[in-house]
Design a protein around this ligand. Structure first.
Ligand SMILES: Nc1ncnc2c1ncn2[C@@H]1O[C@H](COP(=O)(O)OP(=O)(O)O)[C@@H](O)[C@H]1O
Ligand SMILES: [Mg+2]
Length: 777
């Protein structure tokens, strides 16, 4: 219906870009030449030294051409990434592809971008230049309408790459007088004035200082970062004094490093001067901040730098004033700060020179280990979402500690990887989790319970990704080591994990043998969590074998234990299984409240993985009670959750099959099929609310099901519906368990496909669709 609008340029379409707090200074010549190039080239690389303005220019270009990329656009920062093998997954995640199962990230990317006229901005390719080149080459070959804009200190060296060397900003010529007006036409002077004015509101170029400013800009060779730094001194120093100070630095630099590239020297002189002007305390803190690969919050800074929050904030304000630190935004309501890469490298160098690196690094790792360990184990409890978000904000710092080349203590790295396992699992960072755990295990200095735990986690993650052979291998190692070291707790966990893998591969006899071996020791150990998982699995077996009475006893016991251990996730699993068992016993009345309980618990941290089986069970309850439409709709919603993440619904397991039979019959009628389709258009939250019979579900239900309309994917349709209901991007992100950026990205694509510029139009369109009976395209 609105198909003709596809491909037109809706006003206000923007690629999702990180916010910039200062205005962009022209670069009109570059923009004029680069914009058309970006539209006709497949790969454009902005190349140049640090601080010359590559990232800023890329951001500006991307924003200005975004309307021409109806398939969407993404800005992906590569600097925090340390492992080349993580690159495809990192880019896929930025593009909004969630990780589920063992799918290969590169191929998922190819598939997602195959037809899209899209723009991918890859910032800081120099940090992983070979991996970037490989990825870019593959994407360009596989996605004929994709354009890539890269920034890098060196070229990628890929076929078809157009290398654009970024020049410094226009700079005053030597030996020529400038009036204030003439000077003000130059980009470098504009940048200087803008930044000087920020720290010194009275600053202006006058007849009196024009020649000094011109000299200063020449000294700084038009390098934006150097200009920004020098401009912050203008509150305390006149331009003439700044030049003198820089001259002194140059003298020093040129005697110390004769071979230094002059452009590096001007930046170095500017950074040195800023650094020298700091007070001792500030210098010390600045050096330590060089360790934060992923930025920091006041809290993490205070912890790592061993400061109270008030003095930490004072230092921070001073560093921001001097442009040594940048405010990076406030995701989740907490302000985060960061340093530009060159400054971070500089700070880290200084830390090393001062002989403080070892001590600072130890404190850095210890602080982040504390953060991770204090959150671990409580992620699935009440308030878990917030803890997940906090860990997510620090992810790049964790990565830095776990990086292969980091000087981390192997025992601590192992503990950190173990502590982060639940975060990685719940946020679907499977590949990364396995990578770090594998590395940590390889370097583990001794057979310890931490090692056993990590091995078992590796088994669990492999199991979740459907890699049963690997799961078996890791779990057996965990078991062997735990037995050799008489680690009872570890042995029991490993045995249970082994049973799970065997059960999943259909070997019920071995699985049961494992559990039976562990059950008595588990009772003796007296750890309610372990005992609970044992009873849960045994209950699951009983369920599979239709031994109803055994099952009820085991699962009711497990539920009791989980509640006693205050373990929300296990309680939910136990009540879910118990509910299913009652269903199989022909007691939907007992099943229903338990399943509702489960759903209420898992919605808090729930992923589709937790929710889909409960919806299916509730569908069976409804079918049993003669509510065929509800049964079919719930079944449709469960099917959609599997589809959205590209997971196949679990095979007809002995537990699932008899339940599936019940709702399958409900779906078989014409009315049932329509209800099923209606369910398939529901999102996670809508489905939960519908299942729980909450009011808003009625709205969801009345909504049209214009699948395929103007080519909207199901995910986009869900999001359009949430937009129409007046939710903010944040709220949408929260509901769908995606990042805010991903939500924004989807909305941009919806606007593009529909040719709309505002949310109101999206809402109006949905209403129109509804009137038209849900038919579109
Ligand atoms: N044209 C510009 N207008 C305003 N600020 C700029 C401009 N170019 C660069 N900057 C600023 O200079 C600093 C360095 O630029 P950046 O793009 O990070 O350099 P690079 O990516 O080449 O290392 C940043 O603080 C950036 O905001
Ligand atoms: Mg950059």
């Amino acid at each position: 219906m609105a198909r003709h609008r596809v491909g037109t340029a809706p006003a206000g379409h923007r690629i999702q870009l990180p916010p910039q707090l200062t205005p962009f200074i022209n670069r009109q010549r570059e923009q004029g030449q680069l914009r058309p190039l970006l539209l006709e080239q497949r790969l454009l690389s902005l190349v140049g030294p640090a601080g010359i303005g590559k990232t800023r220019l890329a951001l500006e270009l991307a924003a200005s051409v975004s309307k021409r990329f109806p398939g969407g656009g993404w800005f992906v920062e590569l600097a925090p990434l340390r492992e080349p093998e993580m690159l495809p997954r990192h880019v896929a995640r930025s593009v909004g592809i969630e990780e589920e199962g063992g799918g290969d990230a590169f191929h998922q990317l190819l598939e997602a971008l195959a037809e899209a006229r899209a723009l991918l901005v890859l910032d800081n390719c120099e940090s992983l230049v070979e991996a970037s080149a490989l990825l870019v080459d593959g994407l360009l070959r596989g996605c004929p309408h994709l354009t890539i804009l890269a920034t890098s200190r060196e070229r990628l060296g890929v076929d078809g790459e157009l290398v654009w060397r970024v020049d410094p900003l226009d700079t005053p010529q030597a030996g020529r007088p400038y009036t204030p007006l003439q000077l003000a036409r130059l980009d470098s002077a504009q940048l200087f004035v803008d930044r000087a004015w920020r720290s010194h509101p009275d600053f202006a170029i006058t007849d009196g200082n024009a020649s000094d400013v011109a000299e200063l800009l020449r000294r700084l060779e038009g390098l934006p970062l150097a200009i920004e730094l020098a401009a912050t001194w203008s509150g305390a120093l006149t331009p003439h004094e700044i030049v003198t100070r820089l001259d002194d630095r140059f003298q020093l630099l040129s005697t110390r490093h004769r071979a230094m590239n002059p452009r590096h020297a001007s930046l170095r002189a500017a950074i040195d001067s800023s650094y020298d002007a700091l007070q001792d305390v500030e210098r010390g803190v600045f050096r330590q901040l060089g360790l934060f690969a992923g930025g920091w919050s006041i809290q993490t800074m205070a912890a790592v730098c061993a400061l109270e929050q008030a003095p930490a904030l004072r230092v921070l304000v001073s560093l921001v004033d001097r442009s040594l630190v940048t405010v990076a935004g406030d995701p989740g309501g907490t302000t985060r700060y960061r340093m530009l890469d060159v400054l971070r490298e500089y700070a880290a160098d200084k830390l090393r020179e001062a002989g403080e690196l070892d001590v600072a690094w130890r404190r850095f790792t210890a602080s982040f280990l504390r953060i991770a360990e204090s959150a671990a184990g409580r992620l699935t409890a009440a308030g878990g979402e917030r803890r997940l978000q906090e860990l997510g904000a620090e992810h790049a710092n964790f990565r830095a500690i776990l990086a292969a080349d980091a000087p981390s203590d192997p025992a601590q790295a192992l503990r950190l990887a173990s502590a982060l396992t639940d975060y990685w699992r719940l946020r679907g960072h499977y590949t990364e989790a396995r990578l770090h755990l594998r590395a940590a295990v390889r370097r583990a200095p001794a057979y310890t319970p931490d090692l056993v735990g990590a091995l078992q986690s590796l088994g669990m993650l492999a199991f979740l990704q459907g890699d049963q052979a690997d799961a078996m291998r890791w779990t057996r190692r965990a078991l062997a080591i735990s037995e050799r070291t008489s680690d009872r707790h570890g042995s029991l966990r490993a045995l249970e994990q082994l049973a799970r893998v065997q059960f999943a591969s259909g070997d019920l006899a071995s699985a049961r043998a494992c559990l039976e071996r562990g059950l008595e020791p588990a009772r003796r150990l007296g750890d309610p969590e372990i005992l609970c998982t044992y009873q849960l699995l045994l209950g699951q077996f009983a369920l599979a074998e239709r031994r109803a009475d055994d099952g009820v006893e085991l699962l009711a016991g497990a539920l009791e234990l989980a509640r006693r251990a205050d373990h929300v996730e296990l309680s939910a699993v136990a009540s879910g299984l118990l509910g299913r068992l009652h269903l199989l016993r022909g007691r939907p009345d007992l099943a229903q409240p338990l399943l509702m309980d489960t759903l209420t618990s898992v919605r808090r941290f729930g992923s589709w993985r937790h929710v889909a089986p409960v919806l299916e069970s509730l569908a069976a309850v409804a079918a049993d009670e003669g509510q065929h439409e509800r049964a079919a709709q719930l079944a449709g919603a469960a099917a959609a959750l599997h589809e959205q993440v590209g997971a196949r619904p679990p095979a007809a397991s002995p537990v699932r099959a008899p339940l599936a039979d019940r709702w399958a019959r409900a779906v078989a009628t014409g009315q049932g099929r329509r209800a099923f389709e209606r369910g398939r258009t529901m999102d996670l939250d809508g489905a939960i609310r519908y299942a729980l019979g909450e009011a808003a579900a009625a709205v969801e239900e009345r909504d049209p099901a214009p699948r395929g309309s103007v080519g909207l994917t199901r995910r986009q349709l869900q999001i359009a519906r949430l937009v129409a209901h007046g939710l903010t991007n944040r709220e949408i992100a929260d509901r769908l368990f995606i990042s805010e950026r991903t939500a924004e990205g989807h909305i941009e694509q919806i606007r593009n496909k529909l040719g709309f510029s505002s949310r109101v139009q999206i809402a109006a369109w949905l209403v129109e669709q509804q009137r038209a009976g849900g038919e579109g395209g």
